[in-house]
Design a protein around this ligand. Structure first.
Ligand SMILES: Cc1cc2nc3c(=O)[nH]c(=O)nc-3n(C[C@H](O)[C@H](O)[C@H](O)COP(=O)(O)O)c2cc1C
Length: 146
């Protein structure tokens, strides 16, 4: 099963750690949506979209990437990390998938260390996350996709 996971992970690399754990559990090519100019998602059997949550949703770069490259009918899955309030989470990307007739195989989210804005003064929230248990859950989720 050839898998791509297209991601945006900037704040602390939390989301990247989660998808690296997934790639350990099974094969996956990790594609930084800010680093690649052109990509052929047609070449993969399924495509993951992954992001930290910024302002209660996936980073816009991931939704833009999905809009640009996601082929019709391609099975997708969604992955995110968040400090404390995921808000709409993956909804924008899920909507793009729905519009293209792409089945959503599953969604995985966990907490991720957050030192944004006022949280910085308190030393951050969700300290230590993703932790070993989060990464094990991520591997289990990835294996459960088949
Ligand atoms: C600009 C900014 C906005 C954020 N907005 C939210 C938010 O709305 N809800 C939340 O739970 N976490 C929020 N966070 C925390 C991140 O979602 C969390 O730290 C996440 O794990 C970052 O992923 P990354 O390290 O892969 O970039 C925000 C962080 C930053 C830097």
């Amino acid at each position: 099963m050839k898998t791509a996971i297209c991601y945006y992970s900037r704040h602390h690399g939390n989301t990247l750690r989660v998808i690296e754990a997934m790639a350990e559990a099974g094969d996956a090519e990790l594609i930084d949506v800010t680093a690649r100019s052109a990509v052929r998602l047609e070449d993969y059997d399924r495509v993951g979209f992954a992001s930290g949550i910024y302002g209660f949703e996936f980073h816009r770069a991931v939704a833009d990437f999905a809009r640009k490259y996601l082929p019709q009918g391609k099975p997708v899955f969604l992955v995110y990390t968040y400090g404390g309030a995921k808000g709409a989470g993956a909804k924008a990307v899920a909507k793009i998938a729905e519009e293209r007739g792409c089945p959503v195989l599953g969604e995985f989210g966990c907490r991720g260390f957050d030192t944004f804005g006022p949280f910085k003064l308190a030393g951050g929230i969700a300290k230590g996350h993703p932790d070993a248990l989060d990464l094990e859950d991520a591997r289990k989720f990835y294996r459960s996709l088949g």
